[in-house]
Ligand binder design. Structure first.
Ligand SMILES: C[S@@+](CC[C@H](N)C(=O)[O-])C[C@H]1O[C@@H](n2cnc3c(N)ncnc32)[C@H](O)[C@@H]1O
Length: 314
């Protein structure tokens, strides 16, 4: 018979290759004193913070340990909490796979861009040794290990950056509608523009370099070759969406959005998705300022590398 006990703290899974950033964030937030490390998973024995971490791919927020003798014992213990589970395995890989197989099937297949999602609660578990599992029935992400993978279209989009936008629209179940007006800064070669046009939006795109020819010929893409930061959103009163993937210092982006969205009473921008491009160490004080803006979040997308995404109004 399995023995289950609730334990303090929370666990956080780092995005691929982003463990140094997650560790530095835990340190910055005073959460790194009492931790255990299991490859990309950190068990942090501190009180659960009231906010999400930037460098989290998934957070396990209701931790338990189970001591069990058989695979069935472990699967039954997990099932007594809920139906759906996904493993994060760093040891006892085959035993972990057998436990997964003894649980109800959960699809880990990549998503189809634009398809509606059936989001049900997904718990996570890992094996600490042959007879002990650490698990959480509640996690911040409903995707397997917090990853948002899509069936990739390798032919039509001009760049792989298009995956970032699909991830945002899927995660927040909101997207521009046909006929909406969008401003897009740093648009070349056009991955994001391509997504916005697929959705039927009209796009005002700005970059120092042109978009691919097909988008340049599109009557609903209005491209201007200019410095993105010279664009004044209030010159486009119909535009409710602002996108930016410009490579620039985060300070510059912050000043731009603060001036044009929050300080300008006439701003028509209701939603924004902007990449915060980072270099070297993350300046958490500055990223916290993005998050503190009204109606804002800062997250790491599966399709982000050393960058974070500021989301407004979604
Ligand atoms: C990461 S790429 C954008 C990729 C694009 N989102 C896509 O999906 O294809 C960044 C772009 O920012 C542009 N850029 C950087 N600084 C800029 C500036 N000050 N004004 C306009 N464009 C700028 C670069 O020319 C580059 O095309």
């Amino acid at each position: 018979m399995a023995q289950i006990k609730k334990i303090p703290g929370f666990a956080v899974l780092a995005p691929n290759e982003r463990m140094p950033q997650l560790k530095s964030e835990l340190q910055y937030r005073g959460l790194s004193k009492n931790i255990d490390l299991y490859d990309d998973l950190i068990w942090c024995k501190e009180k659960l913070p009231s906010y999400d971490l930037y460098w989290q791919q998934n957070m396990w927020i209701d931790l338990h340990l189970v001591h069990f003798t058989s695979i069935k014992d472990c699967a039954d213990a997990l099932r007594s909490f809920q139906r759906n589970w996904w493993p994060y395995l760093f040891c006892e890989l085959s035993r972990g796979k057998y436990i997964q197989e003894a649980l109800p099937h959960v699809s880990g297949r990549p998503l189809i861009c634009g398809a509606s999602l059936n989001q049900t609660n997904l718990g996570s578990f890992t094996l600490l040794d042959k007879n002990t599992a650490l698990f959480s029935p509640l996690c911040t992400s409903q995707r397997p290990n917090g990853t948002w993978e899509f069936n990739e279209d390798k032919i039509n989009p001009p760049s792989r950056a298009y995956l970032k936008l699909w991830e945002v629209f899927s995660r927040f179940s909101t997207k521009p509608q046909k006929g909406d007006y969008c401003l897009e800064l740093g648009a070349s070669p056009g991955g994001w523009t391509w997504v916005l046009r697929e959705l039927g939006a009209t796009v005002f795109a700005f970059d120092r370099s042109p978009l691919i020819e097909k988008l340049m010929r599109d009557p609903l893409v209005h491209f201007e070759k200019k410095d993105a930061f010279s664009v004044t959103p209030s010159d486009y009163p119909k535009a409710q969406w602002l996108f930016s993937d410009v490579i620039c210092y985060p300070e510059k982006l912050y000043e731009y959005i603060d001036k044009h969205i929050f300080q300008n009473k006439n701003s028509s921008i209701k939603h924004a998705v902007c990449t915060i491009k980072l270099q070297g160490e993350t300046d958490y004080t500055l990223v916290d300022r993005f998050r503190a803006l009204p109606n804002s979040k800062v997250i790491h997308l599966t399709n982000n590398k050393h960058e974070l995404t500021w989301i407004f109004g979604l």
